[in-house]
Design a protein around this ligand. Sequence first.
Ligand SMILES: NC(=O)c1ccc[n+]([C@@H]2O[C@H](COP(=O)([O-])OP(=O)(O)OC[C@H]3O[C@@H](n4cnc5c(N)ncnc54)[C@H](O)[C@@H]3O)[C@@H](O)[C@H]2O)c1
Ligand SMILES: [Zn+2]
Ligand SMILES: [Zn+2]
Length: 362
Amino acid sequence: MAHAVQGIVAKGKGLPVELTTILVPDPGPGEALVKVQACGVCHTDLHYREGGINDEFPFLLGHEAAGIVEAVGPDVVNVKPGDFVVLNWRAVCGTCRSCLRGKPNLCFNTFNATQKMTLEDGTPLSAALGIGAFAEKTLVAAGQCTPVNPDAKPEVAGLLGCGVMAGIGAAMLTGEVQRGDSVAVFGCGGVGNAAIAGAKLAGATTIIAVDLDDRKLEWAKQFGATHTVNGSQSDPVAEIQAATGGNGADVCIEAVGHPEVLRQAFYARDLAGTVVQVGVPTPTMTMPDIPMIDFFGRGGQLKPSWYGDCLPSRDFPMLIELHLQGRLPLEDFVTETIGLGDVEDAFHKMERGEVLRSVVVI
Ligand SMILES: NC(=O)c1ccc[n+]([C@@H]2O[C@H](COP(=O)([O-])OP(=O)(O)OC[C@H]3O[C@@H](n4cnc5c(N)ncnc54)[C@H](O)[C@@H]3O)[C@@H](O)[C@H]2O)c1
Ligand SMILES: [Zn+2]
Ligand SMILES: [Zn+2]
């Protein structure tokens, strides 16, 4: 039996999203039906709405969510009805080349639900990042459900499902920030500020936040930035060099998704330093035109970071515990809680820079 519930659907490129009835199938083998309690609004949802990811409209948006498992398919063993879970977009397969090499955090063959959720007329929906959680219920692969301590609030826990995990992981896992490192973070939205929080947790002593918006830089200080640079007023590369004894930062994290920002991150880095690209580019963007001798001559590493290279089963429960112990202020990412019908409005607030995260609470 399909469940008729309300969900937020993007029907075409650039069109305002609509609250509409969707049909969610009962879980089949390997699947779980989840009653969504909270789902954050991530910039990637807006990228989908703008056709910046692919053109497989209509999309069921939302992918940064927590909820309660309502039902599971016949063979599911990792979760059961009643479990409090954070949804993830890295349900590892265990058998691909990367999993077999002992690197499931880079799994090349992640799972999503096999059955499609649909509009009432049967049109299949593409679920954002294989999740689609701006909905009262969603259908996912059981491996996309990570049980965590139910003492955490859903609107806070769900943030680990995408942007906050991506940011923390960009610093701690991809960037491998060490105690005493200097770190520069470009773009201080939910992802960038999470990278700042991750750099602080890892023991970085100099954390330089770069944004074009002073409100974002104020938030960045709350999360642990020791220096801030408004890139519309001064040159971030020169400012970062000045804050690091003229050398540049050990780790530069690009959390915008723009070639010019990648160029800045590249040149703001110390010799043998690391650039982490966590911001998502659009399909038409190209790498900045950088002399190859600069790439070779500076050494170090340029590393794209999908989902902060996280392993949800290892990292979500651990980060929730750190949060419950007061060591990771996840609640500070929640600027506002909103209803399902307010997602379009939340996109505009995000574009105007008014929020770190608007979180839909159902
Ligand atoms: N790699 C991943 O796994 C992953 C996961 C989630 C989100 N993302 C991506 O991360 C990026 C950030 O997401 P978000 O939710 O934090 O978005 P956001 O819109 O909340 O934040 C982006 C920030 O970048 C700032 N900015 C824009 N242009 C800038 C510039 N030239 N220099 C400095 N700062 C600038 C904006 O003022 C804003 O504060 C997006 O591209 C998103 O798609 C990636
Ligand atoms: Zn795999
Ligand atoms: Zn996201």
